[in-house]
Design a binder for this molecule. Structure first.
Ligand code: NDP
Length: 291
């Protein structure tokens, strides 16, 4: 028996297996393309001949494949072996996929934990690698010591969908930031300003703007978007037009920034001109508006 089995040895799965090995855990690995297991075998991992052998090698089964469909496809061959074991699925997916996977695994007698990896492979094993978990509390408590080998573990609750919900929400914030940075560098780059020259100023500005976010949280939680507003939506919607016009004049695509303009206009039309930008959350929550 090994302490842990790692199924899927892409860039992330390999990093996970290495982190377990580095912390002194015995590890069995399996990958569809067997050649990827050789590096880990040289570091002491046992290479399972089949996915079912990998599942039977340990109480703790970590799966990290590309998408959920491949997890279903791959594990179908070993579903009988899952009973009594803990399946931790770190494949990126949606809350709905996680809940369905949880039902499937529990239906085969396994404990299920879903996970979201907030790190890139070189960070795995270090404290800055945040790994979000949700699902069976009992299984998480049992294996927390082993899971801590991967980074900083955060358990979110029994609903298996919570880890992917947090994961996707954090990624939404990240991609929003990246989209804005792409637009900024396109604008400055078009007139020959080097990205390296502009970036320190951009980073300093973004850091300063992050200071507004705790107030947003307060406004959203209290549903008060109008008291002590210093930069109201009406003013911002008017100024935003300049961002669109300047981009167009410079020959820069507005595909990343136009949706925000549409939303701001919708907010103004809905009577939120004197409210803070945080009030737009309500307009995005279409399902709440429908009820
Ligand atoms: P890779 O593309 O490097 O690896 C994909 C893995 O999935 C390989 O082991 C591949 O096997 C396996 N796979 C794909 N299709 C099948 C299939 N039909 N049957 C069996 N195995 C299959 O991806 P990563 O390792 O980078 O990512 C894995 C997961 O981790 C993804 O969900 C990703 O979103 C998530 N993640 C990745 C991060 C990153 O920075 N890399 C960051 C955070 C999360 P084979 O080798 O045979 O092709």
């Amino acid at each position: 028996m090994s302490d842990v089995a790692v199924i899927g040895l892409g860039a992330m799965g390999t990093a996970l297996a290495e982190a377990f090995l580095n912390k002194g855990h015995s590890v069995t690995v399996w990958n569809r393309s067997p050649a990827k297991a050789q590096v880990l075998a040289a570091k002491g991992a046992v290479v399972a001949a089949s996915l079912e052998d990998a599942v039977r090698s340990s109480q703790l089964i970590m799966v990290c494949l590309l998408v959920y469909d491949t997890v279903h496809e791959a594990l179908a061959a070993a579903q009988e072996a899952l009973s009594g074991r803990t399946l931790v699925n770190l494949t990126n997916g949606t809350p709905e996929q996680a809940r369905a996977m949880s039902d499937w695994a529990v239906g085969h007698g396994a404990n299920y934990i879903d996970g979201g990896i907030m790190a890139v492979p070189p960070m795995i094993g270090g404290q800055h690698a945040l790994i979000l978990y949700s699902g069976s509390r009992q299984a998480f408590d049992t294996h927390a010591g082993q899971l801590d080998a991967l980074g900083t573990s955060m358990y979110l609750g029994e609903d298996a969908g919570l880890a992917p919900l947090y994961d996707i929400s954090l990624l939404a914030g990240m991609y929003g930031l990246f989209a804005g940075v792409l637009q900024a560098l396109s604008l400055t780059g078009a007139v020959g300003i080097r990205a390296g020259e502009f970036m320190p100023l951009l980073m300093s500005w973004l850091n300063a703007m992050q200071g507004a976010l705790p107030k947003w949280a307060e406004r959203i939680d209290s549903d008060d978007h109008t008291s002590a507003v210093v930069s109201n939506l009406g003013m911002q919607a008017d100024a935003y037009v300049n961002l669109i016009d300047a981009s167009t004049a410079a020959g820069i695509s507005t595909e990343l920034v136009l949706p925000m303009q549409d939303l701001m206009r919708r907010g103004v039309a809905a009577g939120k001109a004197n409210a803070d930008l945080s009030s737009l959350v309500g307009l995005l929550q279409l399902s709440k508006q429908a009820t």
